[in-house]
Design a protein. Structure first.
Length: 306
């Protein structure tokens, strides 16, 4: 699927200034509730897990406490894993897949691996079904130099203090039609660049860190997810999102160097998952199930290698 689009804010070829960012921000409307969808779910999990507030976003008049869930019997002798969702708030299955994993599967890993799950890193974006934070900054390019925005820096500080090295980090994402319809045009307008329409992969795939891709780990995730939903085929160039296909459903891309969330921990096994919820071949629950299957497969693979 491709789409050319003119974005209604800014002057073509000129990056946005404060006025354009304010104009963009004024267009963003709350469409769902972080407190009803996420915080309430975490409260229900509170009897089984340690729910920790690791930070807060203050975007007046709104205030968003940021939460991570940790297994109660934390054992420093065990390896640790981090699961993050909602770094891009509009990517719904990342948030709800993380919550579903906690509710249905996390208990099975007790005594085997320490778990940290941050299900909604960008609640302002979650409520507005938006990729960016209120300053039109992409959180998934901000996990570097100690964190360039609070969504990134709060999590980086807390994880650094809590976990002495991670074995696994899985960051749960989606690729949606709105990437072409809204977010790519907005990004190009914001940066004063020409829009070059892209192709949205139809199905699940993973992006391994090109600096340490761990191909067998990535392949294990795809093998588990293809039992749940379809895997994205390569395009006519043999690529997914402009990256060469390495194996079925697997591409390698920069992570640490671009400030992507999946790269900030230096975990041995790290990945960014992607599902396509707008496909006629899937549905929201199947997308959640695919994220859960990927998380379980990643943990199982990492534990089997020890």
């Amino acid at each position: 699927m491709t789409l050319a689009h003119f974005y209604p804010i800014g002057t073509p070829g000129q990056p946005w200034g404060d006025a354009e960012r304010a104009q963009w921000r004024a267009r963003q409307q709350r469409q769902r509730s972080y407190h009803e969808d996420v915080v309430a779910a975490l409260e229900r999990l509170g009897e089984r897990f340690e729910v920790v507030q690791y930070g807060q976003l203050d975007y007046a008049p709104d205030h968003y406490p940021l939460f991570a869930v940790v297994n109660q019997a934390w054992d420093p002798a065990l390896p640790s894993a981090l699961v993050t969702g909602g770094v891009h708030g509009y990517e719904t299955s990342g948030v709800h897949g993380a919550l579903q994993f906690l509710d249905q599967h996390a208990d099975a890993y007790a005594g085997r691996i320490n778990l940290i799950v941050a299900p909604c890193v960008s609640p302002w974006g979650y409520e507005r079904i938006q990729r960016w934070n209120p300053d039109a900054i992409d959180p998934n390019r901000s996990f570097r130099d100690g964190g360039q925005i609070e969504e990134a820096s709060a999590l980086m500080r807390w994880v650094d203090a809590r976990a002495d090295g991670l074995l696994v980090h899985m960051d749960l994402h989606e690729t949606t039609n709105s990437d072409l319809e809204e977010f790519d045009p907005a990004r190009c307008a914001r940066d004063g660049k020409e829009l070059v329409p892209d192709i949205i992969p139809d199905g699940f795939y993973v992006i391994g860190n090109s600096e340490d891709p761990q191909p067998a780990f990535q392949q294990a995730l795809v093998a588990a997810v293809e039992k749940v939903t379809h895997i994205a085929p390569a395009d006519a160039k043999g690529e997914l999102i402009g990256m060469p296909l390495q194996s079925n459903g697997v591409v390698w891309g920069e992570s640490r160097s671009i400030g992507a969330c999946a790269g900030f921990t230096n975990a041995r096994y790290a990945t960014t998952t992607e599902v396509y919820p707008d496909s006629p071949r899937t549905n929201p629950q199947e997308c959640n199930d695919a994220q859960v299957a990927a998380v379980c497969a990643g943990l199982d693979f990492a534990l089997a290698q020890r």
